[in-house]
Ligand binder design. Sequence first.
Ligand SMILES: C[C@](O)(CO)[C@H](O)COP(=O)(O)OP(=O)(O)OC[C@H]1O[C@@H](n2ccc(N)nc2=O)[C@H](O)[C@@H]1O
Ligand SMILES: Nc1ncnc2c1ncn2[C@@H]1O[C@H](COP(=O)(O)OP(=O)(O)OP(=O)(O)O)[C@@H](O)[C@H]1O
Length: 308
Amino acid sequence: MSADAEPELELVRVRVPAKINLALRVGPRSEDGYHPLVNVFQAVSLFDDVTAETAPGGEVGLQLVGEQPGVPADEDNLAVRAVRLLAAEHGDPGLGVRLTLRKTIPVAGGMAGGSADAAGALLACSVLWDLDVQPDQLTALAARLGADVPFALLGGTAIGTGRGDVLAPVLSRGTFHWVLGLSAQGLSTPRVFARFDELSTPAEEPLEVPDALMEALRTGRAEALAGVVGNDLQAAALDLRPDLADVLERGRRLGALAALVSGSGPTCAFLCADESAAIDVSTKLGREPAVHAVRRVHGPVEGARLIS
Ligand SMILES: C[C@](O)(CO)[C@H](O)COP(=O)(O)OP(=O)(O)OC[C@H]1O[C@@H](n2ccc(N)nc2=O)[C@H](O)[C@@H]1O
Ligand SMILES: Nc1ncnc2c1ncn2[C@@H]1O[C@H](COP(=O)(O)OP(=O)(O)OP(=O)(O)O)[C@@H](O)[C@H]1O
C-alpha cells in the first residue's frame, strides 16, 4: 500500500428510517400477484441501524441486538438476502460480512422495517467492500428485494408507482409531527393485500394522487395535509384487526388532526398540528390499554445514510 492510499474500512454503520404512507391508492391485483400502486411515502424519524464488519471469505453472519420476536436470524432475513444479491451482482462470492441489526422500527408494523434493513445492508456493504456501484444500480437491486426497499434508500417524501418502487421525489416544506400507536402483534402484508382483494371491487379509473395532497406538502401545512391523507388498505387492515378502529378514534378525540393505518398496518399514525400537540397526544394515547406503545416522530427525514 502506498503512503497516501486509503486504509481499508473494517466497519461501516448505516442508519435507515421507517416510512409512513400519506396516500396509498391500490389498483386491482395483477397476474403476477402484485397490485399497481400510487404510494406517497414519507420517511420518519424512527430508525434501524445496520452495521457491517469485514468477515473472512464468503461468510455472511447476522446478529440481532435485543430481543426481536419474528425477525429471522438466518438466510431469510431481508438484510442477508440483500448482501447476497449485492455480492452476486456487483462483487464476488468471496466477499464476507458480519451484519448487526439494531432495530427500533416495529416488526411487521406496516412501516417497512425489513425493507429498511435491506436498504441499509446494501449501502453498508457497497461501502465496506468498496464496490463500483452507482446509486441507480443500488436502487435496482433494492426493487428486486421488495416494493418498499427503494424508498428506504431515498427517504424524504416521494411518490412510488408501479409496485410502489418506481420513485419520484416530492417537494415538501417544513416538518410534520406524528404520533405512532404500535401494536403488540404484527400484520402480514400479503394477508392484508389478500383481504383487500376479497373486500373491494377496485375502481377502474386511473390511480392518482390528489392535487390537494401535493399542495399541502408544498406549503407544509399540517391542517391541509390532514384533510387529504388516505390509505386504500385501511379497510382490509381493520377487517383483520377490528380493535384498530378504536385506536384511530381515540387518537382523533385526543386532538390528532388525522388518524390512519400506516401501509398494511397495524401501526396507527396520528398527524398532529405541531410538536407540542404531538407531545400531548402521545402522552394521553400511551395511557390507552389498547395501545401497546407510542412513539413520537417527525418527517420527512433523509433515507439510508452512513453514520460511521
Ligand atoms: C403496503 C406497503 O408497505 C406500502 O408501502 C408496500 O406496498 C408493501 O411493500 P413490501 O412489504 O416491500 O412488499 P413486497 O415484499 O415486495 O411484497 C410483499 C407482498 O405484498 C403484496 N404486494 C406488495 C406490493 C404491491 N405493489 N402489491 C402487492 O400485492 C404481495 O402479496 C407481495 O407478495
Ligand atoms: N430484517 C428484518 N426485519 C424484520 N422482519 C424481517 C426482516 N427480514 C425478514 N423479515 C420478515 O419479514 C416480515 C415483515 O417484516 P417487516 O418488519 O418488514 O414488516 P412491515 O414493516 O409490515 O413491512 P412493509 O411495511 O414493508 O409491508 C417479518 O414478519 C419477518 O418474518
